[in-house]
Design a protein around this ligand. Sequence first.
Ligand SMILES: Nc1nc2c(c(=O)[nH]1)N[C@H]1C(S)=C(S)[C@@H](COP(=O)(O)OP(=O)(O)OC[C@H]3O[C@@H](n4cnc5c(=O)[nH]c(N)nc54)[C@H](O)[C@@H]3O)O[C@H]1N2
Ligand SMILES: Nc1nc2c(c(=O)[nH]1)N[C@H]1C(S)=C(S)[C@@H](COP(=O)(O)OP(=O)(O)OC[C@H]3O[C@@H](n4cnc5c(=O)[nH]c(N)nc54)[C@H](O)[C@@H]3O)O[C@H]1N2
Ligand SMILES: [Mo]
Length: 732
Amino acid sequence: MSKSSTENVITTTCAAHCGGGCPLKAHVKDGVITRIEADDDSDNTQVRACLRGRSWRQRIYHPDRLKQPMKRVGPRGSGQFEPISWDEALDTIASEIKRIIDTHGPASIVHWVSGGDQGMLHDTWRRMSRLFCMMEGGGYTRPWGLHSYEGGIFAELTCFGMGWTAHTRDDFLNSKLIIMWGWDPATTIQDSNTAWYLAQAKEAGVKIISVDPRFTVSTATFANHWIPIRPGSDTAMLVAMANVMVTENLQDQAFLDKFTVGFDAFKDYILGNEDGVAKTPEWASEITRIPADTIRKLAREYATTKPAALITGIGPGRTAYGEQYHRAAITLAAMTGNIGKPGGSCGGKSWGPHALGRMGSGPKIPPNPVDQTIPNPEGKLPNRNYYIYGYGIINVFRLTDAIIKGKSGGYSADYKLLWITNANPLNQWPNTNKTIEAFNKLDLVVTEEQFMTPTAQYADIVLPSTTFFERADITMGAAVPVFYAYRNKIIEPIDEARTPMDVATELAERLNLEGFNDKTDEEWLDAILEKSTVPDHEAIKKDGIYKIDLPEPNVPFRAQIEDPENNPFYTPSGKIEIYSQTIADMNVPDCPPIPKYIEPWESPNDPLAKKYPLQLITTHTRRRAHTQFDNVPWLRELDPHSIKINVIDAEARGIKDGDLVRVFNDRGTMIIPVKLIETIIPGVVDLPQGAWFDPDENGIDRGGCANVLSIDRPSPGGALPSNTGLVQIEKA
Ligand SMILES: Nc1nc2c(c(=O)[nH]1)N[C@H]1C(S)=C(S)[C@@H](COP(=O)(O)OP(=O)(O)OC[C@H]3O[C@@H](n4cnc5c(=O)[nH]c(N)nc54)[C@H](O)[C@@H]3O)O[C@H]1N2
Ligand SMILES: Nc1nc2c(c(=O)[nH]1)N[C@H]1C(S)=C(S)[C@@H](COP(=O)(O)OP(=O)(O)OC[C@H]3O[C@@H](n4cnc5c(=O)[nH]c(N)nc54)[C@H](O)[C@@H]3O)O[C@H]1N2
Ligand SMILES: [Mo]
């Protein structure tokens, strides 16, 4: 090391897939990152990174980083790969793309991106979409539906006609009561400073109640009460609370009359006028295992404490009929008159973009001919195209089925090529064994990756990708203060890793797509900044961060409530739709026009429960962002992977803490360590999702990948039901 070498400190923002995007300060010496620190801004509110953000160095410089392109030479999953040159990799891919489009049509190409990195230039959805759509006779099949919160999106679009319904977190200080319903932001972040605002609310004396099958970190830290609930039963609890409010005349009838449609139909349902079953707390108690009096008390407290924020997490929405839970919660928020009011909440999903400030976008995407020619049979909700995956063809959770069956199964094409970026679908799509079957059907699977992930193990060509430290980009941070970030390139690409834009550009050259990319990254970023509300472009480049001061908390639908004449809701009726004619017209089975409790499949009442008596939930853990960081030594040491079981269920099976156990159902089997806890309700086990699938020679997963056990059946509203499923556990 030369003596003159100096250390620079460069601010960037984390790319990890939790929604936080927190500032990180990278210390760089001689082209190497030697240390990473969190925000220590002394002038503004700090946005501090979590343990994952601070451990990035162990991910960037991990010995397992992919060093060069790899070609599979043994059977899928065999782990037999050979390094190849970039030229060979890109030549092969280019000729395969041409062949596949010519022979099978553009719909046979499936393009899958997820949240590995959230940069606006290298987010990679745009550039490859542009590439496929610029091809002669091109386009590609795009799935619709989000893993994260499709149930919430469905409910918000149904009730409000739009999906940006979360208040900024600083608004917690205006609440008198906060109900954290299936929500553990101390672990899942979802806007960097969420826990900090909850801590302030607690200190200010705001009452906080948690409704969750687990006694979570957030419950322990912030809540006055914990109400343990059986997974999948939330809608029953919510409609019973509505029953109490109506029976005791606690609802805000003036709000309902002025701002909603269809409350009477819902009232008929909860009072039992419709089906002869009154949805009383006693009725719900059987389903939820919560004492009727507790339900009654919470209903009264929520109805009479104003304003109150019902923060409905998205975990309970990732269940069979999860959309009903979100719709019921929105209905309760309307019944208590908490929508559009400071300190209240919309009852929509707990998380979502805040429409604050504006940013330009990267390369333009021509219209996708495949989207245009094949009608979307599902997901036809008003404004569904709000979201990236707005107007795709196949629900994401049916993709494996679609790939396996193709046209003979009634799908739009026989699928041949799967292009994967920023995603680990073999691990993260439901029903891993079925996903393997689907991968085996494909002619070509390409993944751009940083590691030989489980997905990469089943791909044909693996292209080494840079991390965001090795390229420049722009991101938006979700927090208060809201911020934009200019991520400077901090180090050179590791080994032969290339940036997503470079990969697409070189592929486009081979495909003769003229004009595909006429800018350098810096020019693109300037163009993106040009269309933004960031005032000083040089300053953001230098500082890395531009924080936006909010004069007051952002409260969605404030205008609709304060000046309804001029601001109708975005629904067909212009009101909050408790009854939705759109849903009625769609006529989807088990998707009623008012929110209803529908008994989920694989509930403890299912005959299958005799064989598989335990309900499985697959939570998001602090130890990982999905599959990312699973291989980081610091985090592994912190929290070794295990399935969590209540001591009562463990004793009944002769299982001791730390034992290896067999966890199984008809979809798959794994053998992993068990952890005995008292902080989960009996009958429920928690296997934190995102651990890497690692099958032994008998196909038994030794890695503990939750999706070996999960079901690939979407809820009628499109939600991923990864918290619905039955398993059995025995000592291995
Ligand atoms: N059972 C169960 N399954 C679930 C869930 C659950 O709760 N339970 N949750 C679901 C949810 S909410 C989600 S959002 C999905 C997440 O599913 P994924 O988004 O597929 O999961 P990640 O682990 O974030 O995968 C991101 C991948 O991108 C790679 N990557 C990171 N940065 C870059 C980059 O710059 N370039 C490239 N090319 N690659 C990069 C990482 O190495 C990683 O392998 O999982 C879903 N699956
Ligand atoms: N550390 C970390 N943070 C993350 C992620 C990560 O992988 N790691 N992933 C990010 C992404 S993409 C997403 S989508 C979000 C996911 O964020 P969430 O969906 O909010 O996270 P989960 O842990 O799956 O679920 C939240 C809580 O719901 C509870 N729960 C599960 N099923 C039920 C149920 O049926 N009823 C009730 N009442 N509660 C239930 C769980 O016990 C848990 O405490 O997190 C983001 N943040
Ligand atoms: Mo997600």
